[in-house]
Design a protein around this ligand. Structure first.
Ligand code: GLN
Length: 447
């Protein structure tokens, strides 16, 4: 059914960069035969899914939507891919994204523009736009994305699906092509909250191959899912309802707050002191880390190499000039500048200090509530091409999602209404480190 759906709509949505539907069908048939003589089935067994194209898949192209990796067939698998294979998942293909996950609309892909299935003239959000669209357009039952500053939650909101960024360290980053290593985290896109819990069950867990992976006992995220929100303290902060918030988004969030009240939750006012600095700190830190992580693309070891060059330095220069797109170059330049001697203290170090202060802000807020309720993004999906000439305006779409990565805490975006043009609105629920169970419980109660 999913392959039929792909054949019918993928041409207009362009969610995938590569597909392996024949292989998927063969795997499904093999599994059917096996299951006909076996009574028990595990939850994800035989369920077709998609992976963002920045997760390594052995022998399957992994391009990060960049010309730089146009021919990169990884010699190893990302840990999440191995875990999903073990859970019986069937990989359909690799999904489109902003180049190296830098962007908020998937328009920075070197290969194609993914379209929002709710309105094909609108962006799907980004950077995991392909993963969000595959779930929204029924061309996968679930997908994985990566979230460095909102790249799971924002496209989930724009496409009307569930998207979760887990606590930093909960899901292994082994085999995820690095953008900003201290912020990157893998998480699921699903049609509903229960599916989100099921996918999380499969991908969470310690991995010795990722030095930042948390070593904790196993949790079943479906166990307390349906317990309701009676007595749960839900915080609302005016800093998340400021200037630039689309009126329909505000209204829909206010309605959501009223629904939580009727469900027995207690709504409390909380406030942040330093949230205004989060976006600048994020773009400083993420670009600094990106400039270092992307130094490896030199045209020597793998990936793209310029055809004509005079010497080694010229080879580096031409390869990187031709292989990277504009946004990636902008981040490399910004990050290199922020890390250079003479500027390091004023920019990178300052941003790291701001990071500590923002973490403290969240600690203080979670002293007064269990969960924080915010809009996922200030607006619903915007038009294709609308913000491409103004990077700052594009960065501003991340204003409600980046503080979460800076603090390393988990966040989930769930659909909570439609705007006047019928485009989906997303609500974001945030909690302290490792509060995934509480977040999913609160999300399920609303859904
Ligand atoms: N839009 C943000 C950026 O461009 C977030 C990207 C992400 O989460 N990967 O950096």
């Amino acid at each position: 059914a999913v392959v039929n759906r792909i054949n019918a709509v993928e041409k207009s949505t362009d969610a995938y960069l590569s597909l392996q539907t024949e292989v998927a069908l063969e795997m499904a048939q093999g599994l059917d035969a096996e299951l006909s003589v076996r009574a028990q089935r595990t939850p994800l067994e035989g369920i077709p899914y998609g992976l963002k194209d920045n997760m390594c898949t052995k022998g399957i192209l992994t391009t990060c939507a960049s010309k730089m990796l146009y021919n990169f067939n990884p010699p190893y698998n990302a840990e999440v891919y191995d875990r999903l294979s073990e859970a019986g998942g069937i990989l359909l293909g690799k999904t489109n994204m902003d180049e190296f996950a830098m962007g908020s609309s998937t328009e920075n892909s070197a290969y194609k523009k993914t379209r929002n299935p709710w309105d094909l003239n609108k962006v799907p959000g980004g950077s995991s736009g392909g993963s969000a669209v595959a779930v929204a357009a029924d061309t996968a039952f679930y997908t994985l994305g990566s979230d460095t500053g909102g790249s799971i939650r924002q496209p989930a909101a724009f496409c009307g699906v569930v998207g979760m960024k887990p606590t930093y360290g909960l899901v292994s980053r082994y085999g995820l092509v690095a953008f900003a290593s201290s912020l990157d985290q893998i998480g699921p896109f699903t049609k509903d909250v229960e599916d989100c819990a099921l996918v999380l069950n499969a991908i969470v867990g310690h991995d010795a191959k990722d030095s930042t992976s948390l070593n904790l006992g196993k949790v079943d995220y479906t166990q307390n899912l349906k317990q309701g929100v009676k007595g749960l303290k839900i915080g609302v902060a005016k800093e998340f309802f400021g200037e630039g918030l689309q009126p329909e988004v505000r209204k829909s969030l206010e309605e959501a707050i009223a629904i939580y009240k009727t469900l027995g939750a207690e709504i409390v006012d909380v406030s942040f002191q330093h949230l205004d600095y989060a976006l600048s700190a994020y773009y400083m830190i993420s670009s600094a880390e990106a400039s270092s992580n992307l130094a490896r693309y030199d045209g020597i070891r793998y990936g793209f190499r310029a055809e004509e060059y005079s010497d080694l330095v010229d080879l580096y220069k031409k390869t990187r000039s031709q292989g990277f797109g504009d946004e990636v170059k902008r981040r490399i330049m910004l990050g290199t500048y922020a890390l250079s001697s003479g500027y390091y203290d004023a920019y990178y170090k300052k941003a790291m200090q701001v990071r500590t202060i923002i973490k403290a802000d969240f600690d203080q807020v979670f002293g007064g509530c269990d969960v924080l309720l915010t809009p996922t993004a200030p607006t619903t999906a915007f038009g294709i091409g609308e913000k491409t000439s103004n990077p700052l305006e594009m960065y501003l779409t991340d204003i409600y999602t980046v503080p979460v990565n800076i603090a390393g805490i988990p966040g989930v975006s769930i659909p909570c209404g439609l705007d006047n043009n019928g485009m989906p609105i997303g609500m974001q629920l945030l909690g302290p480190i490792l509060s995934e169970e509480t977040l999913l419980k609160a999300a399920w109660a609303f859904e």
